[in-house]
Design a protein around this ligand. Structure first.
Ligand code: GLU
Length: 436
C-alpha cells in the first residue's frame, strides 16, 4: 500500500504526469485532485501519505439464505478512510458493479465532504455487491442484517455511522439499527442516519441532498449574475437527489427542460411539469419510461443539452473528455459523487464552466445526517423548518468559503474545495499529533 501511494505522490509531484486518460479508477481520480491541492498546500509527504491512505478496509463474506432455499454468498465492503475530525460517516451502496476502488474513493470523498461543510465527522463508505432489484424484501433484510452483524465491531454512534446511498433506503437503515441494537442489548438510534422518522430519523433528511444542490446552485447563479427565473436546467438521475433538486429548483422559478433516469430521458423546451414526472415515476415502479409530458432524449443529449445549469445526479464518470467539449451549461452542480472525470474537469475549466464539485454540492445529505445524529443523542427533535434553515446556512457558508479559497489560489471550485478540506483535516492532524 505505502509503496503504491509513495509512487503516486512522487509521480505527481516530482515527475512528468502520466498519459492522458479518463479515470477508470475513481480512487485515482480522487488522488489526482488531492495531488493538486497538496501541491498548493505544500503538504509534507508524510502528511500526504497519511491523508490519502484509507485507515481501515473491511472485506466480508455475507452468506444469505435465498427464498429458493439456496444459500448465496455476497461480498461486502466498509472502508474507513479517516477519523481525524470525528467518528467516520458515510453511506452504504448496494450495486452489482460496486468494487473496492470505488468504495475507497467514496470513503475519501466523505472525509473531504464533511470537512467542507464543517461537520465533525471523518469519512467512510460501504458497499455490497448485489442486484437489489432482483432480490425480495426478505432476502434484502437477511443480507442487511448479516452485513451489519459481520461489521458489528466497526459500527457505533461514536465510531462509524452508516447512511443510505445508491439503492439503500430508510428501511435498510431500520434493519441496521435493529440488528446493531439487538447486539448492544439497547436501542441505539444514533448508529445510523437516514432512518425513518418514527425510529429517530430527522425531518428533512430525505430531501436534504437535493435541497443542498438547490442552495449551492442558487449561490452560483448569484455569483454569475444569473436569475433563476431566466435559467433552464437539465437533471440526470431522478432518484432521491435528482427529483428533489428538480422540484426545488422549479419552485425557485427555474425551468426544468430535461430529466432522465436509468430507463429513459425527456426534454421539453417549455418546461417539464416536475410534479407530474414525480407522480408518473412513483406510479410506474420508480421509472420515467413512457413519461408523456416531453420528447424522449438520449443520455448524451441530456448532458449536452442547451441549458444554463446541468445537474448530474446519477453516478460516477458521466461527464468525460468525450462529452465535456459539447456541454453548453454555464453551471454544473454535482448531485452525484464523482460524475466528472479529471480530464473533463480540465476541459470544463478551460471553457469557463463553473463546476460546483460533489464534495460541496451534494454535502446536504451528510449535513442533515449530522443533525439527525445530534437529535438522536439529545433525544430532542427539530422542526422541518429548523432543519432546512440550518442546512441552507451551512451550505451557503461552505459555498462562500470554497469560492473564496478558489479565488485566492486562482483554481477551480473543485480544487478550492479540496484545499479547504485538506487544510482543515491536516490542521487537526497537526494539533493531535501522531500517537506512537
Ligand atoms: N451517501 C450520502 C453521501 O454520499 C450520505 C452520507 C451520510 O449521510 O452519511 O453523501
Amino acid at each position: 500500500m505505502s509503496q503504491f501511494k509513495r509512487s503516486v505522490y512522487e509521480r505527481s509531484i516530482y515527475k512528468e504526469p502520466g498519459p492522458i486518460r479518463d479515470s477508470e479508477n475513481p480512487f485515482e481520480a480522487m488522488v489526482e485532485r488531492f495531488d493538486v491541492a497538496a501541491k498548493i498546500l505544500q503538504l509534507d509527504s508524510g502528511f500526504y501519505e497519511y491523508l490519502v491512505t484509507p485507515s481501515r478496509i473491511h472485506i466480508t463474506a455475507i452468506p444469505v439464505m435465498m427464498d429458493s432455499g439456496q444459500m448465496r454468498v455476497f461480498q461486502g465492503f466498509r472502508v474507513i478512510h479517516n477519523e481525524i475530525l470525528g467518528p467516520s460517516k458515510g453511506g452504504i451502496r448496494y450495486a452489482e458493479d460496486v468494487n473496492l476502488e470505488e468504495v475507497k474513493a467514496l470513503a475519501a470523498w466523505m472525509t473531504w465532504k464533511c470537512a467542507v461543510v464543517n461537520v465533525p465527522f471523518g469519512g467512510a463508505k460501504g458497499g455490497v455487491v448485489c442486484n437489489p432489484r432482483e432480490m425480495s424484501p426478505g432476502e434484502l433484510e437477511r443480507l442487511t442484517r448479516r452485513y451489519t452483524a459481520n461489521l458489528i465491531d466497526v459500527f457505533g454512534p461514536e465510531k462509524d455511522i452508516p447512511a443510505p446511498d445508491m439503492n439503500t433506503n430508510e428501511q435498510i437503515m431500520a434493519w441496521i439499527l435493529d440488528t446493531y441494537s439487538m447486539h448492544a442489548k439497547r436501542t441505539e438510534t444514533a448508529v445510523v442516519t437516514g432512518k425513518p422518522i418514527l425510529l429517530g430519523g430527522s425531518r428533512g433528511r430525505r430531501e436534504a441532498t437535493g435541497r443542498g444542490v438547490m442552495t449551492v446552485t442558487l449561490a452560483a447563479m448569484e455569483r454569475l449574475g444569473m436569475r433563476p427565473s431566466q435559467c433552464t436546467v437539465a437533471i440526470q438521475g431522478f432518484g432521491n437527489v435528482g427529483s428533489i433538486a428538480a422540484q426545488l429548483l422549479e419552485e425557485q422559478g427555474c425551468r426544468i427542460v430535461a430529466i432522465s433516469d436509468v430507463s429513459s430521458g425527456y426534454f421539453n423546451a417549455e418546461g417539464i411539469d416536475v410534479g407530474a414526472a414525480v407522480e408518473y415515476s412513483a406510479a410506474h415502479g420508480n421509472s420515467l419510461e413512457g413519461f408523456p409530458g416531453a420528447e424522449p432524449i438520449t443520455n448524451e443529449e441530456l448532458i449536452t443539452a442547451d441549458v444554463d445549469v446541468l445537474v448530474p445526479a446519477a453516478k460516477e464518470d458521466q461527464i468525460t473528455r468525450h462529452n465535456a467539449p459539447d456541454i453548453k451549461a454555464k453551471i454544473i452542480a454535482e448531485g452525484a459523487n464523482g460524475p466528472t472525470t479529471p480530464r473533463a474537469d480540465d476541459i470544463l475549466n478551460e471553457r469557463g464552466v463553473l463546476v460546483i464539485p460533489d464534495i460541496l454540492a451534494n454535502a446536504g445529505g451528510v449535513t442533515v445526517s449530522y443533525f439527525e445524529w445530534v437529535q438522536d443523542r439529545q433525544g430532542y427533535f427539530w422542526t422541518t423548518d429548523r432543519v432546512n434553515r440550518r442546512l441552507d446556512r451551512m451550505m451557503r457558508t461552505a459555498f462562500d468559503s470554497v469560492f473564496d479559497v478558489a479565488s485566492r489560489h486562482d483554481v477551480s471550485l473543485r480544487i478550492g474545495a479540496y484545499v479547504y478540506a485538506i487544510e482543515k483535516v491536516a490542521g487537526a492532524l497537526r494539533l493531535r499529533g501522531i500517537y506512537a
